[in-house]
Design a protein around this ligand. Structure first.
Ligand SMILES: Nc1ncnc2c1ncn2[C@@H]1O[C@H](COP(=O)(O)OP(=O)(O)OP(=O)(O)O)[C@@H](O)[C@H]1O
Ligand SMILES: [Mg+2]
Length: 254
């Protein structure tokens, strides 16, 4: 598989970014991919999780961004680190708490941006405000736009996943992932194991989420290959035109 870059982010604390980052890395690694985790957060929760859990071959990198220095340096460093990891991994997953020092250009580095959110009215409103600011990125036709995936997390068993609720809060193009359930067992796995190995409702919901992600990655990769192919055929057509032009010039001069 060609490299695939995933950013897991949100402005909100405690929504499950690090839990999803570490455990999605584990899920995809267990599916046979070479996976790297690039933890941009100072606390390093997702990298610590994977360092503590039984090793399964994930490349773990804790690289806090020097956001305090401001300017272009933090974003340039982030892009460099991400690109370097792409040479030796199929999938790179970044964990980042969004802040105002992070700029939208970073989003364009990724194939998929996952935004975890809980499903209370307050949280949905906050997530919707956050995404509204970057809607132009996901709808951009100038750059190759990343796809957006909304991931309901820490969902209580009795909280209905009413998709019309999401349509109402997010009236733009996104992929809605199956909900990851709230479970005490998820917290107990920190630094010890992986949600995909839990034999309870929380584990089952996580595996459903992982399966949906595998499908989303396949779909987006296919689109990417298509765009590259279209680009190639456009390039071939241009080269052919150039060759014809050169040939006609030669016939004029000789
Ligand atoms: N599905 C879940 N069930 C139960 N607890 C969860 C679940 N997902 C995350 N948590 C717990 O919620 C808390 C926050 O999770 P996590 O650290 O993944 O969020 P975060 O968005 O990365 O937070 P931060 O903003 O601090 O980086 C942790 O205590 C974690 O164990
Ligand atoms: Mg975190």
């Amino acid at each position: 598989m060609a490299e695939f870059k995933i950013l897991i982010t949100s402005q909100k604390g405690g929504v499950g970014k690090s839990t999803v980052s570490a455990n999605l890395a584990a899920y995809l690694c267990k599916q046979g991919h070479q996976v790297a985790l690039l933890d941009f957060d100072l606390h390093g929760s997702s990298s610590k999780w994977l360092e503590g859990a039984p090793p399964i071959g994930i490349n773990i990198h804790h690289e806090p961004l020097p956001l305090e220095v401001g300017g272009t340096r933090p974003m340039n460093e982030a892009k460099q680190k991400l690109r370097r990891l792409c040479y030796s991994n199929d999938i790179v997953i970044s964990d980042l708490t969004w802040s105002d020092s992070v700029t939208a250009e970073l989003l364009f580095e990724y194939d998929l941006v996952i935004v975890p959110t809980s499903v209370s009215e307050i949280e949905l409103n906050a997530t919707s405000d956050f995404l509204e600011r970057f809607r132009w990125v996901f709808e951009s036709t100038l750059h190759r736009a990343p796809r957006l995936l909304l991931s309901p997390t820490r969902v209580q068993n009795d909280q209905l996943m009413d998709t019309s609720l999401f349509k109402q809060h997010f009236p733009f193009r996104l992929i809605l992932a199956p909900a990851i359930l709230e479970g005490q067992s998820a917290r107990q796995m920190y630094k010890r194991g992986y949600l995909c190995d839990l034999n309870d409702a929380c584990g089952a919901s996580f595996n459903e989420f992982g399966g949906a992600l595998v499908e989303a990655i396949a779909m987006i990769s296919q689109d990417k290959a298509q765009v590259a192919n279209d680009g190639n055929s456009r390039m071939k057509a241009l080269l052919k035109l150039a060759a014809q032009y050169e040939a006609s010039l030669k016939s004029v001069f000789h």
